[in-house]
Write a protein that binds this ligand. Structure first.
Ligand code: SF4
Ligand code: SF4
Length: 75
C-alpha cells in the first residue's frame, strides 16, 4: 500500500507531555504545540500535516517512548 503523504509522523496525544523538545529539534519546523489537552492535563504536540522529511530527529529527541512514530518514505 502506498501513502502519498509519506514521510510523516504521528504523535500519540496520550503519551505526549508537551515538553516541546521535538518542536525545538525538528529541522523542518513541522511540529507545533496544539491547543487541546490530553487526559493527563498536558497540552500536546501535533504534526502540522505536511513537510516532514522522515529524519527521525523528533523520535530521538522525545523522552516519552511511544509518543512519536515516524513513517519513512517507501522505497
Ligand atoms: S521526522 Fe524529522 S522532519 Fe519529520 S517531524 Fe520529525 S524531526 Fe521533523
Ligand atoms: S518531545 Fe515527545 S513528549 Fe515532548 S512535546 Fe514532543 S512528542 Fe511530546
Amino acid at each position: 500500500m502506498t501513502d502519498n503523504n509519506l514521510p510523516k509522523i504521528e504523535i500519540n496525544p496520550e503519551q505526549c507531555k508537551g515538553c516541546e523538545l521535538c518542536i525545538l529539534e525538528c529541522p523542518k519546523k513541522v511540529i507545533q504545540l496544539g491547543k487541546k489537552i490530553n487526559q493527563l492535563g498536558y497540552t500536546y504536540a501535533e504534526y502540522i500535516g505536511q513537510g516532514c522529511i522522515g529524519c527521525g530527529i523528533c523520535f530521538y529527541a522525545c523522552p516519552e517512548p511511544g509518543a512519536i512514530t515516524v513513517y519513512k518514505k517507501e522505497k
